[in-house]
Design a protein. Structure first.
Length: 63
């Protein structure tokens, strides 16, 4: 509370971990293993891409 953060749950940290791993180029299968998910679709729910990451990906198009 003193740092100005709202409630942060372990669940939130797992989302952050998965998102940062995927945006750093780690493949989804590896993130799935690290999180202990049986199904990759669960990992897809955890891994979010930032708007900046998406913009940078679009810039890579040779147009």
């Amino acid at each position: 509370k003193q740092a100005g953060f709202e409630k942060i749950r372990v669940h939130d940290l797992r989302h952050t971990f998965a998102s940062l791993m995927v945006m750093s180029g780690v493949d989804l299968k590896t993130v799935q293993e690290l999180l202990g998910h049986q199904d990759y679709r669960v990992t897809e729910i955890y891994a979010h891409l930032s708007p900046l990451h998406l913009q940078e990906a679009i810039k890579k198009l040779p147009i």
